[in-house]
Design a protein. Structure first.
Length: 423
């Protein structure tokens, strides 16, 4: 659909767009939080993404009771980015807000955000959230989610690039679309949409939206209520879908950088972060997936083949691990702490460099194998520590601090592999 066809007369102050899939347990709470807003002049656009449960029925029941609810039932599943884009096409609010169907918002969220956007004539607003963990186990296991920001920010209107640089430089950049509020006409004029047919679509949407915006601001208020639940994209084990999503977003981001001639340390840091996630999830994808089934255009396939060729080279990992050799060489017994993707990558690099290891360390046996590449996989508590033993920490960022504390408490000497950088 052409942009001019989408910029229709404003009928509501805010359009809330909610893609819906397989969340019948949580959907009523989500809808009630939106329909109960202190700002009544809103429309709620729900995209039923061929949900296999009772979500479609629930949506129709709400639409029958409240004329502000509009429902589009898709005949087949297209994933969240597609649903958000169809919702944006349907929207007639001056501003749009994208919400996930298992989350909620505070009762005055839309009113406060609308008033602030109107007062300052903003393209967009960034804000914070609070989190509800579905279980205590999740609260302990997945405590990486930061609902707010830790940096210091001026209470003023600024350009999107100014705010982006401030977020990145203070380690506060997050891409969660549910923590953003946008003027609809700005998104349409700038061509800001979500990548379709993939996951992690927030990465590119947020990147493009903030960098092209002329007037934005950040407000440190927790308008968004995020439900942390099992088996969501954020909590399920990583798999091929994650690499595909990161790859698609990385490709779009690099194209945008070239098109708009973007540069600077903050841009480089963000792109490097995306590249690290691609590298981390590549083994999960390449080991069993036919890339031709995932990448439909010849351009994407060519980019994938180029990336895969570089990642399959042992020389790539060897260059990154070589810097650690001065730490490793004095020790007689060398162990890799971590039996996952990162640990296996470090193992192959050490093997290429001719460094023999004595085994892999893990925190507990859990679902870990007894051996890996012919070497024992041992709980770290079961290995006697002496001056001849050394550990290379090769785990994802999520577990790194916990592993380091464990090694230090037991008296191990160690070095840390951080996606190519050791410390």
């Amino acid at each position: 659909m052409e942009k001019n066809d989408l910029i229709k007369a404003v009928k509501y102050k805010v359009s809330v767009i909610i893609p819906v899939y397989n969340v019948e347990k949580y959907l009523p709470d989500c809808l009630d939080s939106v329909l109960g807003q202190s700002l009544k002049d809103i429309e709620v656009i729900c995209i039923d993404d061929a949900s296999p449960d009772n979500c479609g029925k629930i949506l129709d029941e709400y639409a029958e009771k409240d004329p502000r609810v509009r429902v589009l039932h898709l005949p087949e599943n297209h994933q969240q980015g597609y649903g958000r884009n169809r919702g944006l096409e349907m929207a007639s609010g001056k501003y749009v807000y994208f919400l996930d169907s298992d989350d909620m918002i505070t009762p005055d969220a839309m009113e406060k955000l609308y008033d602030l956007a109107e007062k300052d004539d903003l393209d967009g607003i960034f804000f914070d959230s609070r989190v509800i963990y579905e279980s205590e186990e999740l609260a302990q296991k997945d405590n990486w989610y930061n609902p707010g920001r830790n940096g210091s920010y001026e209470d003023r209107v600024c350009s999107g690039r100014e705010l982006y640089d401030a977020f990145i430089s203070q380690g506060d950049w997050t891409v969660f679309i549910q923590r953003q509020f946008w003027r609809r006409e700005y998104l349409l004029d700038a061509g800001v949409t979500s990548p379709e047919g993939t996951e992690h679509e927030d990465e590119f949407f947020a990147f493009k939206a903030i960098l092209l915006a002329e007037k934005v601001r950040y407000v440190p208020e927790q308008f968004f209520i995020h439900r942390f639940r099992a088996n969501s994209v954020m909590t399920r084990p990583k798999d091929a879908r994650d690499f595909h999503g990161y790859f698609r977003n990385y490709s779009l981001m690099t194209e945008m950088i070239e098109r708009y001639k973007l540069s600077g340390e903050t841009i480089d840091r963000n792109i490097s972060h995306m590249y690290e996630w691609m590298v981390l999830t590549f083994p999960l994808f390449s080991s069993k997936e036919d890339y031709k089934q995932w990448f439909k255009t010849e351009k994407e396939r060519m980019l994938y083949r180029f990336f895969a060729a570089s990642q399959n080279s042992e020389l790539v990992y060897a260059r990154r691990v070589r810097r650690m050799l001065s730490d490793v060489q004095p020790y007689q017994y060398i162990y890799i702490y971590g039996a996952g993707v990162v640990g296996q990558r470090v193992y192959h690099a050490l093997e290429y460099l001719g460094v023999q290891i004595n085994g892999f360390l893990v925190t507990d046996r859990g679902g870990n194998p007894d051996t890996l590449f012919g070497h024992p996989v041992l709980p770290v508590d079961e290995v006697e520590v002496n001056n001849g033993k050394f550990a290379i920490v090769a785990v994802s960022k999520k577990y790194r601090d916990e592993v380091i504390r464990k090694l230090e408490s037991l008296g191990w000497e160690y070095s840390v592999y951080i996606y190519g950088v050791n410390r």
